[in-house]
Design a binder for this molecule. Structure first.
Ligand code: DX5
Ligand code: ZN
Length: 218
């Protein structure tokens, strides 16, 4: 069966201690580190930009997975690639030219990710599948950690896995991943599971029991 990777989202980490938080989640077995970039325009929340990504990069040994919830996006791709992002995901809904955006991400030397909101039909990715390394299926409306998993998206994941066929494309799940929902999406064909609040629970890694998700077990 497919190898499942866990990508803790530092959106739920201690923003004053990203370096230590990244080192701690990797020590706990995190495969990727998921970095949520929000602009207060595409989503109703603001986080940080490429300078912060560059600052945390030396504290991540593995994959830095940058999820851009920004519009417009094209003008910033080079900066996130320069900051050391291994994967850069852009939203299909963030502008009229997602095809160009995906070309630009690979052109900048990063792996290309395509994120889709819960209301976006899976068929919308059909003509993009040959130019992506990852499709991120949002299982909450993007903008905030700690929201409830939207169950209708499980069927979308199964359809997407069938559409992908034998292409080497990851399916990433983002939002509301817990010990209860992780098995559902894994069974439907997802292989990268983002988990923010379930991993950090809003506490620091100094907390004796910060990990709600058993990273090794999923
Ligand atoms: C939501 C972000 C997610 C978020 C997930 O807009 O893209 O990565 O951090 O958080 P949880 O796991 O708490 O739903
Ligand atoms: Zn995310």
């Amino acid at each position: 069966s497919r190898q499942i990777k866990i990508a803790p989202s530092i959106l739920s980490a201690d923003f004053a201690n990203f370096g230590a938080e990244c080192r701690a989640i990797e020590a706990q077995g995190a495969d990727w580190v998921h970095v949520d970039v929000m602009d207060g325009h595409f989503v109703p929340n603001i986080t940080f930009g490429p300078a912060t990504c560059a600052a945390i990069r030396p504290h991540i040994k593995g994959v830095m997975d940058v999820h851009l919830m920004i519009a417009p996006v094209d003008a910033y791709i080079e900066a996130f690639a320069q900051a050391g992002a291994d994967v850069i995901s852009a939203h299909l809904e963030a502008g009229p030219h997602i095809h160009r955006t995906l070309q630009a991400i690979r052109g900048a030397g990063a792996k290309a990710g395509l994120a889709i909101n819960p209301g976006t039909p899976v068929e919308a990715v059909e003509y993009l599948l040959d130019m992506v390394d990852l499709v991120c299926v949002m299982t909450v409306n993007p903008g905030f950690g700690g929201q409830k998993f939207i169950h209708s998206q499980v069927a979308k994941v199964a359809k997407l896995r069938a559409m992908i066929g034998d292409r080497p494309v990851h399916i990433e799940i983002d939002g509301g991943v817990t010990v209860e929902t992780a098995p559902l999406v894994a069974a439907a064909g997802a292989d990268v599971l983002v988990a923010g609040s379930a991993v950090f629970k809003g506490g620091s890694v100094g907390d004796p029991a910060p990990y709600g998700v058993n990273i090794a077990a999923i």
